[in-house]
Ligand binder design. Sequence first.
Ligand SMILES: [Ca+2]
Length: 330
Amino acid sequence: MGKVARLITGLCMALIFSPASLAQDKSEAGFAEYLTSLRQEAAASGFSPSLLDDAFAGISFRPTVVKSDKNQPERKITLDDYLATRVPDWKVKQAVEKMNEHQALLKEIGAKYGVQPRFIVALWGNESNFGRIQGSFDVLSALSSLAYEGRREALFKKQFMAALTILAEGHIALADFKGSWAGAMGQSQFMPTSFLTYAVDYDQDGKKDIWGTPADVFASIAHFLSSEGWQGDHTWGRQVKVRQNDALNQAGLSKNHYQSLDAWQQLGVRRYNGSALPNVDINASLIMPDGPDGRIYLVYNNFHTLMKWNRSSYFGVSVGYLSDRIKRGY
Ligand SMILES: [Ca+2]
């Protein structure tokens, strides 16, 4: 088969089998019908008619949300580029300023949950630029549009119902119920189900306000981490150098292989500056997000907690990296 013929066959196959091409048929009229059934389900699970009247009155189909969901980029950039984008110098500088600004509160909350404040601030900065970029999409419209689109209906319907619960509990006014196009909300960018599990009303005003109350934001982030196994007496990991390929061959390439720092030391793994690994009794695994030629890290249990926040190893490394730079003061 010639090259062009192969290309055309490939395109036809893509058109026939791509769920995305089917989803383009979804219409606004269909969305109205979908909302009717969604409302019936919500009523059946006990939400009051008055809450549903208010909530559904403001919902509209958001094709841009669906478009954003379909156009998520494949990972093409390197970790170096990712870190430069996600953790620019200005963000480090602001993180240090925010640490100072909220010092007493962060210290108190960090002690309560067993989480070092620099990790709370690093997640806060990474998720929303310290609260400045929270997303301006109507949460209910975004989630119902994504559910209607259909590829991940069950997931987004569950988030939609959780969002209704947040409204019913009175944590946020309907007019202020905003988030990212994917439904991630507030300064911690929690999805609604995460909100219900982890959000905290730290200042005890009756509202878990992750949109506007720093105490609630910090405590919610810390509560997530402590609930997911954070160890406040340990850090997240460190960038290393590997002196012999043996280390990579024997252990690094087998995923999630945990062993002591001493064992890694024996295999020729060193701190990035070339000196010996710390003499600490802790297990670590070796990760190479860009393969053996890219940055290599030894990561501890806390890194895996960060991966529960976001499954991207790039994300986990960027949070750890920002926290390290906060610790160094820039
Ligand atoms: Ca509160």
